[in-house]
Ligand binder design. Sequence first.
Ligand SMILES: [Zn+2]
Length: 426
Amino acid sequence: MRRVVVVVLDGMRRDQISARHTPGLARFAKRAQAFGEHRSMFPSATRVVSASFATGCHPARHELRGNSLALMEAGRLVPHDAGHPDFLQHKRRVTGRSLAVPTLAERVAAIGGMILFSNVSPGAAYAHDPDGFGHVYHRAGAYAPGRRRLEGAEALDITQDAAGDQQMTARFIDEVLIERSPPLAMLWLGEPDATQHLKPLGSPPQLAALGAADANATRVIAAVDRLRDAGDSMLLIVCSDHGHQTVSRVVDVEAELIAAGLKDSRQSDDVVTPTSGTSTLIYVHPDSAQRIDAIARFLASRDWIDRVIGPDELPSVGQRAVDGLTFAISLKSDDAPNAFGIRGHSIEARPAAGKADHLGCGQHGGLARYEQMPFLMIEGPGFMGGTVTGAPTSPIDLAPTILAHLDQPGTGMDGRPLQATSRTQR
Ligand SMILES: [Zn+2]
């Protein structure tokens, strides 16, 4: 039987994989095909990557444009946190659709379905299957096809930390890989991302989180080996969704625009700036379109911005100027090491009211070097073990790759199957 198993170690930087701190991944790299130029999406944030992974499409097409974003509702720009468990259900009520293109869960529903276990934000977990085609297990609620809510022992009652990840991994192996054996089984670990947002990169607790995530991945790799011995044709994908930068400074983007006279107040919907950590989307209400030139000049002159992406350039980062989305900014970064020798700082946009910033700790969301340095390793038919592919890849390539292994059509996606890359590899 053809099967695909995916393990995602949220937030794991490619340059932090080492024999010392992640021995399991270092060993797996020797037998899998590695992708040396694998990048994240823009914004380089879990909810965006989850929707891109699920659909094989850029945000311009699936419409989950940021970890937070705005929707045009009854003529007003309304900011939303896409991590909220109800966000995509709300979006469907407002816009007529959750994600605007089909998910992997939908595409494999007729051949046995997807089972996902996830320990990240509820919005990111549900972005894999907002319309209820497969099974999604999350601590905020587990759902069977038809979005039938699972209760009691069927639910996933875990904490969002290394202990929860380990509990989830054990159940994933026994219940999903061995007993239920769906064609597509996915395990999305919350670590090392959760710890990296709270502790400095390279510090002892962050290195311990790397080790714990590595141990969970290693358990799954061993379980897949046993299933291969039993005769299943397994494609094993082990990857992360984005890396992290160390936060060097926090800038209140909204306050800066208000002080410059370009936004009326915190509550006004003339200009709305939902953040994804080290990047921010800037929506301008059509009634305030006369401010766009002044906003462009203002952004171009700020010392806290690396790159301003204007309306015409949004497609180059997988976005589109619709429903008020006018600019995206990736905040200032540098390559200097932090106190623990881990390279790469970025400025963070001040999180929404009531949420802590991450000064001195890890954050992501922008286009800087290390947040755009997730890892990807694939083992199975069509891939050459022990090689490193230099062709650029990103999360949109994973759905086509998974469907190719399952002999299902991967039509209508922005990404391409990666099986072909091994043929050009020596
Ligand atoms: Zn993530």
